[in-house]
Design a protein around this ligand. Structure first.
Ligand code: GLN
Length: 468
């Protein structure tokens, strides 16, 4: 059953939502044993919420099971961002996005697995003691990341469900692509970041992952909007995104990102994307090639300098006193601080603290951090220019099919970071983008990425519906 039909049934009291929620929890536990998609299953909370919905089934999301990436706060439920340093941290409040969804009758079933603090593209950089989520189509392969648990659960669950993901450099569309589902990363500031455990404040976005584009549109219109608790959230009115499911395609002008094809792209990925572009053409769209040399050439270094710089300051607050884990109080503050962090951050988190601190150090700051900030503006301007001629831009989401874990282990650090080559651009520019599942090769899913101009999420929904 699809999300839309399910919510109608709950609203019309055609099903017992408490009974259904028990079944959902049971199935989630079963899936989790095999695939490791959740760090926490919030059974008690889900049943309590289901009982409330049974009393009052009027909300826009009445009875809908939702899962929340572990880096997004849910009141009284352990929220670790996938890191041991936040073990036992139970927020005293809901993230604004979560609060809005619950107010409309959504039911929180748990917190999904991720790379520690979002540091990764394969969900293999999980924190110490956490399990790596497995691809729903082949357990030897990655779900993608960092919202790997969110995308995997969305694909695997037989019940209607929407996941909350988070993207800093591609962590919504990348796992959505590798797990064969829709994932929508909105304009920076469209959804409040209040209650999101920061990775890079100028880059982080919350966004929905769903089996159909309707789910993404519905969730976006429910949880977006200005929030006085997040000064970077936009004041512009939100749209009714679901209405774009009914709009005619005729006038949409598509730009095909030239640099995203050719060398380094898996042939089967390339073929499926072109077939999909032809399909859009048959439905009335027009397309032309567009060159975005800066975003492809400079995207990775720019993103990794800015991302690690911001992350390294954000992680400074984890000293084993204010949040999460504590260690035996021994020595002076510096000794305690070092002990807590050495023991409880994973390898990639430590690497990013060092890289980011280096990029901000006096003597290097101008050459690294400040320069990257300038290149970011250049990249944004390149996209803005393209949007003078096109409504949307298209490329593959990821250049390759989901790799096997054994092959990921062989990658160099730079090769590992290169997985984000096509997704860091729109993330740096704060542009909304959508992964659309467009086909399979050897039973592995392939995703197409559609990017639109700021606040034009409606265009993404319109293209997405052609592949629903
Ligand atoms: N893969 C990228 C990184 O490792 C993006 C992560 C994200 O968007 N959270 O930083």
């Amino acid at each position: 059953m699809k999300v839309q039909e399910f919510i109608k049934k709950v609203q019309n009291k055609e099903m017992d939502i408490v009974e259904h929620t028990y079944k959902v929890i049971e199935e989630t536990k079963k899936i989790n044993k095999e695939y490791h998609y959740l760090n926490t299953i919030s059974e008690e909370l889900a049943i309590e919420q289901a009982k409330n919905v049974k009393e009052n089934p009027k909300g826009k999301l009445a009875g809908l099971p939702i899962s929340i990436k572990d880096s997004i706060c849910v009141k009284d439920i352990e929220s670790t961002a996938g890191s041991r340093i936040l073990k036992n941290y139970k927020p005293l409040f809901h993230a604004t996005a979560v609060k809005k969804a619950i107010k409309e009758g959504a039911i929180v079933i748990g917190k999904t697995a991720q790379d520690e603090f979002g540091f990764g593209g394969f969900s293999t950089n999980v924190g110490l003691g956490f399990q790596i989520p497995l691809n729903p189509f082949d357990k030897k392969r990655t779900t993608g990341g960092s919202s790997g648990g969110a995308a995997g659960l969305t694909q695997k669950a037989s019940f209607p469900h929407i996941a909350f993901g988070e993207s800093t450099g591609g962590s919504i569309v990348n796992p959505a692509s590798f797990c064969g589902v829709f994932g929508l990363c909105p304009t920076y500031g469209r959804i409040s970041r209040y209650g999101l455990i920061d990775f890079g404040n100028s880059l982080d976005k919350i966004g929905p992952i769903s089996k159909d584009v309707y789910g993404c549109a519905l969730m976006l219109e429910t949880i977006s909007g200005h929030d006085e608790k997040d000064s970077t959230s936009l004041r512009e009115n939100t749209d009714s995104y679901t209405k774009y499911l009914k709009k005619d395609m005729k006038k949409i002008k598509i730009g095909i990102i030239k640099e995203a094809f050719g060398k380094g792209i898996d042939k089967s990925v390339e073929k499926h994307i072109w077939d999909s572009i032809k399909k859009l053409e048959d439905n009335g769209c027009t397309y032309k090639e567009v060159s975005l040399p800066n975003s492809i050439k400079y995207g990775i270094p720019t993103y990794y300098i800015l991302g690690t710089s911001e992350a390294s300051t954000n992680l400074a607050k984890y000293c084993g006193m204010r949040y999460g884990i504590t260690e035996e109080l021994k020595g002076n503050f510096n000794e305690y601080f070092t002990n807590v962090r050495s023991k409880n951050f994973g390898k990639e988190a430590k690497r990013r603290i060092m890289l980011g601190t280096f990029a901000r150090m006096s003597g290097f700051r101008d050459a690294l951090y400040i320069k990257a900030a300038k290149v970011r503006t250049l990249i944004t301007e390149e996209y803005k220019k393209a949007f003078k001629n096109f409504d949307v831009l298209i490329s593959p989401t990821v250049p390759i099919l989901p790799p096997k874990f054994e092959d990921i282990n062989k990658l160099t650090l730079l090769q590992n970071y290169m997985i984000d080559i096509l997704t860091v651009g729109p993330n740096l520019a704060g542009l909304p983008h959508l992964n659309i599942p467009v086909g399979f090769e050897n039973n592995l899913p392939i995703g197409m990425m559609v990017i639109s101009d700021h606040l034009k999420e409606g265009n993404l929904v319109q293209i997405g519906k052609e592949f629903n």
